[in-house]
Design a protein around this ligand. Structure first.
Ligand code: TYM
Length: 350
């Protein structure tokens, strides 16, 4: 059914020689909006890397089920996120953008990997500890085995590199451990992936509590900026960002609010911290906040325009979803067939 490859495997030209590009895999949960943190920690890097790699970006909707979701809202958010990937600059004709739930092999491989993952390993996951402390009664098995589904996402595509924010580092480590354990028993089934965590933007802090990570599940919307926030909303949120009672602009861990604003500014301008400090020498927090708000608005504007345009073109987006999920299924099933054969599961009879 899915034995169709609609994308080419792209070649890279290195010193006149053609080589197959390495594979990048990453994804985002459609549990809410794409925040400035998701953008700087992940999406912006994906766009920067997209021409040099064969890229596969999932909207990892099955992961979202670990928290109760409102069905109509989940459906909308998932589609919006896929469109935002494209609006931000991912080319769906060259790269693969798809919904995780359209590729059944994710859930299939996750089950297999569950059988090669230890309870002790899963219990050590910081995100599990954090999330289970927040979710009251609903500490479900999915929340616990979340890392094996994430490992399946990555390993299905024989991924070389996984560009993520700092908070996913531990999940990448367990993915590597599971893959190595499996390979030790069955030979070279999985490529061992490397994390790609950029030096800047890997951990963007909340605008209201600058010692905490910016999160889309924050109950205070002033804590985060949404990729689709209107310019005046962005300016307002930055102006309200919590700083301190000092006046001078310095870059220091014990001034987390102002440090965080400088970090955001640095991600957008790509200037060194020294250059930024020189620029704002003798100026006040108000001027820095104005400048930070403006660089965000300027970069988000074309993405928002493209998003609105694509949202209207239902037929085009649907055709991309179809074509991209065919390619993702083709690639994922290739690995899945190999896994089943190695495990000794009986082959299909034709
Ligand atoms: P998710 O949906 O929470 O976040 C998506 C990406 O955004 C990064 N990120 C941040 N980066 C910098 N500062 C922040 N404040 C910030 N908040 C989030 C995350 O590190 C992530 O890269 N488990 C993953 C989704 C996932 C996945 C995968 C990722 C499922 N399967 C396979 C890579 C490969 C998650 O919950 O990301």
């Amino acid at each position: 059914m899915y034995a169709k490859l609609t994308h080419k495997l792209y070649l890279l030209e290195v010193k006149g020689m053609k080589v197959v590009k390495k594979v990048i895999y990453s994804g985002m949960q459609p549990t809410g909006v794409i925040t400035l943190g998701n953008y700087l920690g992940a999406l912006k890097n994906w766009v920067n890397l997209k021409d040099d790699y064969n890229c596969i970006f999932g909207v990892v909707d099955l992961h979202s089920l670990t928290v109760r979701q409102e069905p109509a809202q989940l459906r909308k958010q998932a589609r919006d996120i896929l469109i935002l990937y494209i609006a931000a600059g991912i080319d769906p004709e060259e790269n693969i953008v798809y919904f995780q739930s359209h590729v059944p092999a994710h859930a299939e491989l996750a089950w297999v990997l569950n059988c090669y993952t230890y309870m002790g390993e899963l219990s050590r996951m910081t995100q599990f500890k954090e999330k289970s402390s927040k979710q009251g009664e609903n500490i479900n098995a999915g929340l616990y085995t979340y890392p094996t589904l994430m490992a399946a996402d990555i390993l299905l595509y024989q991924t070389d590199l996984v560009p993520v924010g700092d908070d996913q580092k531990q999940h990448l480590e367990i993915t590597r451990d599971i893959a190595q354990r499996f390979n030790q028993v069955y030979g070279d089934v999985f490529k061992i992936p490397e994390p790609y965590i950029a030096k800047s933007g890997a951990r963007i802090m909340s605008l209201q509590e600058p010692t905490k990570k910016m999160s889309k599940s924050d109950t205070n919307p002033n804590g985060y900026i949404h990729l689709l926030d209107e310019p005046d909303v962005i300016m307002k949120k930055i102006k309200r960002a919590v700083t301190d009672s000092n006046r001078e602009i310095v870059y220091s861990a014990d001034r987390p609010g102002i440090k965080s604003l400088i970090d955001i500014y640095q991600c957008f301008t790509q200037e060194s911290i020294e250059t930024i400090l020189d620029r704002f020498q003798g100026k006040g927090y108000g001027e820095l906040k104005q400048a930070v708000g403006e660089v965000i608005v300027e970069e988000f504007k074309p993405i928002q325009n493209k998003f609105k345009e694509l949202q209207k073109d239902k037929a085009y987006v649907d055709s991309l979803i179809k074509k991209n999920s065919e390619t993702a299924n083709y690639l994922a099933n290739k690995t899945m067939r190999k896994v089943k054969k190695k495990l000794g599961l009986p082959p299909l009879v034709k």
